[in-house]
Design a protein around this ligand. Structure first.
Ligand code: NAP
Ligand code: ZN
Length: 354
């Protein structure tokens, strides 16, 4: 057992084992604590092992690979998707990648298997998981792709945005900002972004928001209905808010063809209700989807190409950079406190030159 100062939940851990023949051992080059890590540590989700190593957002260098790994070698710089589906599970063939076999099976790193906040960590299947960081893509941009971009884009894709749509993005933290960006890229005409922190509002406008709504200034559904002449939005992507968020989203989305996609985490017990009236007493023709972000190698390669060819610049969301592995806990605390000037934190470890 080697002392490695492992983040918040444990301060020592066994060396990760190379999972032969498809696995890889990696070492992080840049890491980002996430709101989801805050939920894991302080939230009310399923019980996690006491010695869980946290973390699921990193760009890393490959250290060792299993005998049957085809496309990766020691020294490669890779983006490690936060979601790592088990592509060998037969349910994948039915299109169930993120929950194949059991709920949240694809959401393993730092949740059900040791995460990336360690000097070394393991992935089970390098060829289906990792994506090489293309030449010219910055660490900051690549790091934001592994979870924030793919989650926000998952929201926009699941909302089936069409040219000319009016889209509401509830919450413009890093996830919502990338939902704004995704909706804009998919052809939304009008994007109403909901949030108050100036640093987020500025980026939301830069990434494609046409209007900003302040949830502190009265009923959000009413604000959207007023802005849309009573019709409502074509789609709502929920990336923030409280337990009322789903109720509000259903109220503000169009009858007949409106789509509500949730990627937000709801802490605690209870339920997130559907309003009887604006739910058309069960017949409103409104679609609701509850989505975990998409992962895997091809997904990540596609998103990295969006950076490489100048379509997106998600590294702009990194407002705080901390140096030294022991700063992970500080980074997590920043993500918990959400000071006014923060969107996202990047931590670079000090055990090797990057
Ligand atoms: P964040 O930085 O905390 O952003 C939350 C946003 O919600 C902020 O813009 C905040 O506005 C806004 N907000 C707060 N209260 C609101 C209200 N009552 N009504 C409307 N908006 C409100 O969070 P994040 O890091 O972007 O993460 C967003 C969510 O995604 C979290 O729940 C996280 O756990 C989840 N997540 C899900 C996945 C997935 O796979 N589905 C992956 C990663 C994260 P202010 O400007 O006023 O602060
Ligand atoms: Zn994350």
């Amino acid at each position: 057992m080697k002392e490695r100062g492992l983040a918040v939940i444990t301060d020592s851990a066994p060396e990760p084992e190379l999972q032969e023949p498809y696995g890889a051992i990696l070492t992080p080059v840049a890491m980002a604590p996430c709101t989801s890590d805050v939920n894991t540590v302080y939230g009310t989700g399923s019980k996690k092992p006491d010695d869980l190593i946290l973390g699921h957002e990193c760009v890393a260098r490959v250290v060792r690979v299993g005998k049957k790994v085809r496309d990766f070698a020691p020294g490669d710089l890779v983006a490690v998707p936060a979601i790592t589906p088990d592509w060998r599970n037969p349910e994948i063939q039915e299109g169930n990648d993120r929950h194949a076999g059991r709920p949240f099976s694809g959401n393993a790193l730092g949740r059900s298997i040791p995460g990336v906040f360690a000097e070394y960590f393991a992935v089970e299947d390098a060829d289906t998981t990792l994506a090489k960081v293309p030449e010219g893509v910055s660490l900051q941009d690549a790091l934001m792709c592994v979870d924030m971009v793919t989650t926000g884009f998952t929201g926009a894709e699941a909302a089936e945005i069409r040219f000319g749509d009016t889209v509401v993005v509830m919450g413009i933290g890093p996830v919502g900002l990338m939902a704004v960006q995704g909706a804009a890229l998919l052809g939304a005409a009008r994007i109403l972004a909901v949030g108050t922190r100036p640093v987020c509002v500025k980026l939301a406008k830069e990434f494609g928001a046409t209007e900003i709504l302040d949830y502190k200034k009265g009923d959000l559904a009413k604000q959207v209905l007023e802005k849309t002449g009573g019709t409502g939005a074509d789609a709502v992507i929920i990336c923030g808010g409280n337990d009322e968020a789903m109720h509000q989203a259903i109220e503000m989305v169009r009858y007949g063809i409106g789509r509500v996609v949730n990627v937000k985490h709801y802490p605690g017990e209870g339920d997130i209700g559907i309003p009887k009236f604006s739910g058309g007493r069960g017949m409103a023709g409104k679609t609701v989807k509850l989505e975990l972000c998409r992962g895997g190698r091809v997904r990540m390669e596609r998103i990295l190409r969006m950076v490489q060819y100048g379509r997106i610049c998600p590294g702009k969301m990194i407002t705080h950079q901390l140096s030294g592995f022991d700063r992970i806990a500080d980074g997590l605390e920043l993500m918990r406190q959400k000071p006014a000037d923060l969107v996202k934190v990047m931590v670079t470890p000090d055990w090797r030159q990057v």
